[in-house]
Ligand binder design. Structure first.
Ligand SMILES: [Zn+2]
Ligand SMILES: [Zn+2]
Ligand SMILES: [Zn+2]
Length: 376
């Protein structure tokens, strides 16, 4: 294992830049219903901050079911990496699955209220043998192995049962983000239904493709890399906003890019996408794993340097395995969404469905980019 990277925290942005308050509703181009009110005026800050968690940095905990040596404390093992010898990554069944193998509940329907039977798989991927290691402290070869493990298990599950239409891989860190065990782990849920937000992304990107003959995600990457615009006030002629090249880019690798979405619901949300168009995470090539690992590690190190111990989730959005998605190969583009939980949603947000982001995405991207990481 390489020693954890040390990162310097940048100074807060220049006060004058900070005073230039943004207040606008930004439409998420892919999912318009997930639009966001960007409001950086003092009165909006801070929203009630989500508690940071004291990270348990111990390498080994005698009583932890996910630590090496305690394998008998977990539900049955599905796989280990490497396959023999001491494991570095271990996949097990979830002790309290939200979905099960059994077919106890046939689909039920009462008028408008429907249930779909809870068939599916729910598994835990123990990310690392070291109990309290953070993602940005893991070595890049280890992270490459982890993304390879996600891909292999997703493929096995899709192959195992044709009823499974979506395999969601996600990671929670911290209680507000849903993690109940401190030992670093990810989860995998395979279901016969496609999550609503993935369905909407697939449908809307298909619409865009039909009109523009381009993948909307590829277009957004191009925009992040090359877009430049100055918006002037029509009456006074003053500059209202200047968008500079690369303003939303957080980290750039050879094959992957980390960008701060223009309409981010979460203050520090960052998306990681392959630079070359690819719809299905399963098509991620072995040769590309190292660069994905590098971009993810460096992005997580930047977030950690700025947010220090913030709770977060990340999840993979990939093309569903469904007949209705078979023609979406050119229009959908897989990605990883990283969503740090730094503030608690307000009543306004829950009631209106409109998220309030109190940090302008361009300012957030600038702070993340300014973190000085050691080159490796
Ligand atoms: Zn542990
Ligand atoms: Zn694309
Ligand atoms: Zn997505």
């Amino acid at each position: 294992m390489t020693p954890p990277a040390t990162a310097k925290t940048p100074a807060p942005p220049h006060p004058q830049a900070d005073e230039k308050a943004v207040r606008e509703i930004r439409i998420n181009p892919i999912v318009p219903s997930e639009s966001v009110l960007v409001a950086t005026a003092r009165g909006m800050r801070p929203k009630k901050a989500e508690a940071k968690v004291e990270r348990d940095t111990r390498a080994h905990v005698e009583t932890c079911p996910f630590c090496r040596g305690n394998e008998s404390m977990t539900p049955p093992q599905i796989a280990t990496y490497p396959a023999t010898g001491p494991w570095d990554i271990r996949i097990v069944e979830n002790l309290y699955p939200v979905l099960g193998d059994d077919r106890q509940n046939p689909n039920l329907s009462f008028g408008l209220q429907q249930t779909i039977d809870g068939y599916g798989r729910h598994e835990v991927i123990i990310d690392h043998a070291s109990h309290g290691i953070a993602v940005h402290e893991m070595s890049e070869p280890h992270l490459a192995m982890l993304f390879g493990a996600y891909r292999a298990r997703m493929r096995q599950l899709y192959d195992s049962n044709s009823r499974l239409r979506y395999v969601l891989v996600f990671k929670n860190f911290g209680p507000a983000a849903g993690a109940s065990i401190a030992h670093t782990h990810s989860q995998l849920i395979a279901t016969p239904v496609i999550p609503d937000n993935v369905q909407t992304e697939v449908a809307n990107s298909r619409q865009f493709y039909l009109k523009q003959h381009r993948c909307i995600f590829c277009s957004l990457i191009d925009e992040a890399l090359t877009f430049e615009a100055t918006i002037y006030d029509r009456e006074s002629g003053e500059i209202r906003r200047a968008i500079r090249v690369g303003q939303y880019v957080v980290e750039r690798g050879r094959r992957f890019i980390a960008v701060k979405p223009f309409a981010s619901r979460y203050e520090w949300e960052v998306h990681v996408l392959p630079l070359a168009h690819q719809a299905d995470f399963l098509r991620l090539k072995d040769d590309d794993l190292a660069d994905l690992a590098r971009v993810m590690r460096r992005t997580m190190a930047r977030l950690d340097a700025v947010l220090g111990g913030a709770q977060f989730n990340y999840f993979i959005h990939s093309l569903p395995h469904d007949v209705n998605c078979e023609d979406c190969d050119a229009s959908y583009h897989w990605h990883i969404e990283i969503t740090p939980r730094t503030s608690i949603p307000t009543g306004f947000e829950l009631g209106s469905g409109l998220f309030v982001n109190t940090v302008a995405p361009e300012a957030a991207a600038e702070r993340l980019r300014a973190v000085e990481l050691p080159e490796n």
